[in-house]
Design a protein around this ligand. Structure first.
Ligand code: PMP
Length: 407
């Protein structure tokens, strides 16, 4: 008898369902000019709902300048890039975008990838190969794309407790001075909404001869002068060896990148399979990203409105006695602590209130830390916030969930 392939796949999915971790896609249509309202196709008939969990943090995915640039690029050079970067897939849009990104971070050069995920995976795995006998030291809460990149590289890996620089120092001290030591961490941690201590990490890197790699995916466009991220805000940008970011969150488009010295970029460009063997970003995406980055370099208006919206929502949730984590950033997590309940609350919000927030369960967060993660933006109105907080208060009573705010 042959292996029961189908049954194995069904069992794997059944296990997720049993644990309340089975993911269901929300079938949405974002409409130009209407965000954060969208049409939801998942019920009996299509209806308008409000999105509360988008990573299009500033609404740039709808910005007229971004859309105009994308239309123009489409009309100029068509749909796809037509090849990998080395085989006909480098367009003038790619070159301009990389110059724009290098300038944003004050680095010599930049390299774009098809997503932020690929940029982390391809770069970290290649660092392991380029740096002989390296140790990759990773914050415990680093994103899956960094974890996988480190794993693929096959170098020795050590994990330091989240944002615990004393633990990081213990690890650095324990490694022979001549070995390369890559310290990988984030600017803004996407689930807890806290910041990486860039200055202290750079101090330790200097002291122990480390190499610094920061993921600024949730920070670019959002923090620091011209939206250059947390390292720029902290004045540590020139002490960071590689900055990684995305074009898909605050910039509202798609694609990932790294910026660094020309020598580093040249080496990654020449050795990273995830860069070399994949069709390059569609030029239309590069054009949209260029327009978005340029706009957010000059304009603080979206960032200011977003920060005000996040502050207002946190205060309202706290005022209502809901268990919100008082983050210093734009990310607003409300803790539920149980996967089945988290999904039930999310389903009821959609069904009864037209509010869309995806439940965040293991393995995205540790078991017992299940939550709803709200990302209020400049386009959420005070009336939308009133509806949201009213709905959450009703549901918390109905499900008898724990109250009080979490420091
Ligand atoms: N790094 C972090 C910290 C992320 O949260 C994400 C995506 N959620 C990525 C990298 C991947 O970026 P992208 O969505 O552009 O692939």
């Amino acid at each position: 008898m042959s292996f029961p392939y189908l049954a194995r796949f069904q069992d794997a999915v059944a296990e997720l369902k049993r644990e309340g971790r089975y993911r269901v896609f929300a079938d949405l249509l974002r409409r130009k000019g209407a965000f954060p309202t969208a049409t939801y196709y998942g019920g009996d008939k299509p209806r308008d709902i409000t999105i509360w969990c988008s990573n299009d943090y500033l609404g740039m995915g709808q910005h007229p300048k971004v859309l105009a640039a994308m239309h123009e690029a489409l009309d100029t050079c068509g749909a796809g890039a037509g090849g990998t970067r080395n085989i006909s897939g480098t367009t003038h849009y790619h070159i301009q975008l990389e110059q724009e990104l290098a300038d944003l971070h004050g680095k010599e050069a930049a390299l774009t990838f098809t997503s932020g995920y690929v940029s982390n995976d391809a770069t970290l795995s290649t660092l392991s190969k380029l740096l002989p006998n390296a140790v990759l030291i990773s914050d415990q809460l680093n994103h899956n794309s960094m974890i996988e990149g480190i794993r693929h590289g096959g170098a020795e890996k050590k994990i330091f407790r989240h944002n615990d620089v004393e633990h990081l120092e213990e690890i650095l001290k324990s490694i022979a001075p001549e070995r390369p030591k890559v310290i990988a961490f984030e600017g803004v941690y996407s689930m807890d909404g806290d910041f990486g201590p860039t200055e202290k990490i750079c101090d330790l890197a200097d002291k122990y001869g480390g190499f610094t790699y920061i993921d600024e995916v949730h920070a670019v466009g959002m923090y620091g002068p011209r939206g250059a991220g947390i390292a720029a805000r902290d004045g540590t940008m020139d002490r960071i060896d590689i900055v990684e970011g995305t074009l898909a969150k605050a910039y509202g488009v798609q694609g990932g990148y790294i910026t660094a010295s020309a020598a580093i970029i040249d080496a990654i460009r020449s050795y990273a399979p995830g860069f070399i063997f994949s069709t390059s970003l569609a030029p239309v995406l590069c054009a949209g990203a260029i327009a978005s980055i340029r706009h957010l370099k000059e304009s603080n208006a979206e960032r200011e409105k977003q920060q005000a919206a996040a502050g207002r929502l946190k205060a309202m949730l706290k005022g209502a006695g809901l268990p919100v984590i008082d983050t210093p950033s734009h990310i607003v997590p409300v803790m539920v602590g149980d996967p089945v309940c988290c999904k039930a609350v999310s389903d009821t919000l959609m069904r009864d209130y037209g509010i869309y927030v995806q439940p965040i369960n293991y393995p995205t967060v540790p078991r017992g830390k299940e939550r709803l993660r709200f990302t209020p933006g400049p386009l959420h109105t005070p009336a939308m916030m009133d509806t949201l907080v009213g709905a959450l208060s009703d549901l918390w009573k109905h499900h008898e969930l724990p109250q009080q705010s979490v420091a």
